[in-house]
Write a protein that binds this ligand. Sequence first.
Ligand SMILES: *[C@@H]1O[C@H](CO)[C@@H](O)[C@H](O)[C@H]1NC(C)=O
Length: 129
Amino acid sequence: MDSSVPLVLLLLMCSSIMVEAQLKVYNLRATGLPTVVVLTTDAFVKLSCGFTSLGKTSVRYNDANPWWEEQFSHFKAKENDTLTLKVYDYDLIFNDLLGVCKRQLKVGTYQHDCFLTKGGTLHYTYTLG
Ligand SMILES: *[C@@H]1O[C@H](CO)[C@@H](O)[C@H](O)[C@H]1NC(C)=O
């Protein structure tokens, strides 16, 4: 019998008990984003988990209460990793940071509201597991 077979099985068993889990972030929306005179916010969100960038949403133009259909996944997330969501007001020259949301991940599905320092609230849901 090929002696490498048991080793492969052992590796498969080990990988299945590793603590890494899949993270999914979805249902992103914001309410009451700040309006500067007649200019409403062109908002987008950048996401990261630990030091890994998960990407960013599209820009929602002229919308103080935007929502985003994008979902973000990370296959190497771990419990207690920090999920960071940064909300920006898009601008050609300089993206204005509206607020930062940080959350220590737990296993399960959670919905959170995060108050942004420049006004408004970001709502999002994540699932880790
Ligand atoms: C996550 O943090 C909690 C509380 O600090 C701790 O009890 C738990 O063991 C940690 N989990 C991992 C995987 O580090």
